[in-house]
Ligand binder design. Structure first.
Ligand code: SF4
Length: 234
């Protein structure tokens, strides 16, 4: 078994608790309008290919720095390589290393369930709770994300929700309230992270010869972000 890896980051601080070794896997089935990693989209070999054992060996070089954090696998969509994630996380568990998986929940099958079972913390990206808007924003139906959340609840797998607040798309009070109400009953959810839309990464579209379809959308202001956070606090 070999994983297609886009890149590795040895001291990540924004993808889960503590200092983390972050693995970006290659490939994503979604095409989120605001994606700042379009270079991870294409399914392929990425920058390198590693077995779970080789990747663990790389992680172990940094083990003393990540004792209060752990390892995060993200992408792209890491669950496109679910069996690889499962095997890698089981090896990490064997070493007492905390594992986090950053996923959009866009895929649902047996291998995905097994990868989730091997995960200590799931960072589930919920793009919007509105089914029509989900299709517009990501190009895919919301069904599998909701199925994933239901499974996390059933298995009580610790979950953080991540939601990008995009001006003109997901920043109005009504939509934010709708999402907050929807998430409220889930006991598996430990935290909701509201992330402000930003335009970093748009240069990558030019380099890749792709059109950036949110051209002209302003970054989210600090005031709007605070307002969104208030809605969720309530
Ligand atoms: S799921 Fe993530 S990597 Fe995939 S298109 Fe959306 S933002 Fe980009």
């Amino acid at each position: 078994m070999v994983g297609n890896i886009h890149s590795l980051e040895s001291f990540g601080t924004v993808d889960g608790p503590g200092i983390r070794f972050v693995v970006f896997l290659q490939g994503c089935p979604l095409r989120c309008l605001y994606c700042h990693n379009p270079d991870t989209w294409e399914k392929g070999e990425g920058s390198c290919r590693m077995t779970p054992e080789q990747l663990l060996e790389e992680v172990m070089r940094y083990k003393r720095f990540i004792t209060k954090g752990g390892v995060t696998v993200t992408g792209g969509e890491p669950l496109m390589q679910a069996a690889f994630v499962r095997d890698f996380f089981l090896l990490c568990r064997g070493q007492g290393i905390h594992t986090a998986l950053d996923t959009s929940g866009a895929l649902w099958n047996e291998a995905v369930r097994e990868a989730l079972d091997a995960t200590d913390l799931v960072l589930l990206d919920v793009k919007t709770i509105d089914a029509l808007q989900h299709k517009e924003l990501t190009g895919a139906k919301i069904t599998n994300t909701l199925r994933t959340l239901a499974y996390l609840e059933e298995m009580q797998i610790p979950t953080w929700i991540r939601h990008v607040v995009v001006p003109g798309w997901t920043d109005d009070d009504q939509r934010l309230q709708q999402l907050a109400d929807f998430l409220k009953p889930y006991r598996c959810i430990e935290k909701v992270e509201l992330l402000p839309y930003h335009t970093m990464g748009t240069d990558k579209y030019k380099q890749l010869g792709l059109q950036y379809r949110l051209e002209g959308t302003p970054e989210l202001s600090a005031e709007r972000l605070e307002r969104a956070r208030e809605i969720f606090k309530r």
